[in-house]
Design a protein around this ligand. Structure first.
Ligand SMILES: Nc1ncnc2c1ncn2[C@@H]1O[C@H](COP(=O)(O)OP(=O)(O)OP(=O)(O)O)[C@@H](O)[C@H]1O
Ligand code: SF4
Ligand SMILES: [Mg+2]
Length: 325
């Protein structure tokens, strides 16, 4: 893993939102994460655990309260103005609902080529040709270029969303539930396309997803979030049998065969998820963990490396234990 090119590195990133009564909501707590060229990293966790907050900061749509985000050697956490505009060439986003993301009055060719024109990468006279090429790249007919977004299906619009994100040849593409608005069968074909294009273009993908079965199929690694913390990062081929954190195991035990739906209650965890306004001292999962120890109520465990590409934040796994192995 160390030989691969690191494109994004999140270092000790915390995001607090001001709340009523002078309190703060801890949406992301001391996040450390790396993304490599050519890899897909899925971010999974229950609703409200902080996935979109993290992604918004990676996309420079929000600013961390603390910490650094290093993208291709540059700290982008507080970029502004022209530096931010230039940086956006490197990192693009595929939206959850392209029907809302696109201007309904613009033709597909103009939607596709807008970023290319903005960055001076093509001339106006090249729009028609380039739009056709981009449509063909996402396996749509070239003559869709003259259509409007409402004349296409949801799956077709999402292909346009992918083509637009890839048009300026970014290093990184972020997808926040980019397929969850689509029918399951359409979802599959869009994911397959994304995986194919990723290989061809050697881009890094950050993918927020609610379907653990899909995560294990399409990603290289998964980061599991709980109450603003990353509690485990593991290679996808270990998801089914090699997960270590009690929270990851509870998620998998509850859902693996059922196509996870995070909006439903997780039966194997009895109590409710605490509020991010009231994060306990110590391990964030302590109130729901049946292996909770005294130390768990005092110290928030940090991620430690258990194997190549596998890190866990839990007092059940200590450095000493790792060294014994
Ligand atoms: N701008 C904001 N101001 C205040 N609180 C916010 C803001 N954005 C997010 N939050 C809070 O931060 C926490 C994390 O929200 P976030 O949207 O990151 O969760 P998520 O994991 O993406 O959830 P979902 O799966 O439902 O999309 C939530 O408690 C949310 O209410
Ligand atoms: S640190 Fe303690 S409470 Fe937290 S998951 Fe591990 S055993 Fe459970
Ligand atoms: Mg979200």
């Amino acid at each position: 893993m160390s030989e691969r090119e690191l494109v994004l590195s999140v270092k000790n990133v915390t995001r607090r939102f001001p709340a009523s009564g002078g309190r703060f909501l801890l949406a992301n707590n001391n996040i450390n994460l790396e993304l490599y060229r050519g890899e897909t990293l899925c971010i999974v966790g229950e609703s409200g655990c902080g996935k979109s907050t993290l992604m918004r900061m990676l996309l420079s749509l929000d600013t961390p309260s603390e910490g650094e985000i290093i993208c291709l050697g540059q700290n982008i956490a507080h970029l502004k103005g022209e530096a931010l505009r230039q940086h956006r060439r490197h990192i693009q986003m595929v939206f959850q609902d392209p029907a809302l993301a696109f201007n309904p009055k613009m033709k597909i060719k103009d939607i596709l080529c807008e970023p290319l024109l903005n960055f001076g990468m093509i001339k106006k006279s090249e729009v028609d040709t380039r739009a056709r090429q981009l449509l063909e790249m996402v396996e749509l007919p070239g003559d869709f270029a003259d259509r409007y977004p409402h004349n296409m299906s949801g799956g077709q619009r999402q292909r346009v969303g992918i083509a637009r994100a890839l048009a300026i040849e970014p290093d990184i593409v972020m997808c926040d539930e980019a397929t969850s608005a689509l029918d399951v069968s359409v979802q599959k074909t869009v994911i397959e396309l994304l995986v194919k294009l990723q290989k061809e273009h050697n881009i890094a993908i950050g993918f927020i997803c609610h379907d653990m079965a899909l995560v294990s199929q399409m990603s290289h690694r998964a980061a599991v979030m709980y109450l603003g913390n990353i509690v485990e990062i593991l290679p996808s081929d270990r998801i089914k049998d090699g997960a270590l954190h009690p929270y990851t195991k509870a998620l998998l035990g509850a859902i693996f065969d059922l196509n996870m739906d995070f909006s439903k209650k997780i039966d194997s965890i009895e109590s409710e998820i605490p509020s991010p306004l009231d994060v306990p001292v110590g391990c964030p999962f302590q109130d729901r963990c049946d292996q909770c120890m005294e130390i768990c109520k005092k110290e928030n465990p940090q991620l430690i490396k258990m194997a190549d590409g596998h890190e866990v934040a839990c007092h059940l796994y200590t450095k000493a234990e790792k060294e014994d192995k």
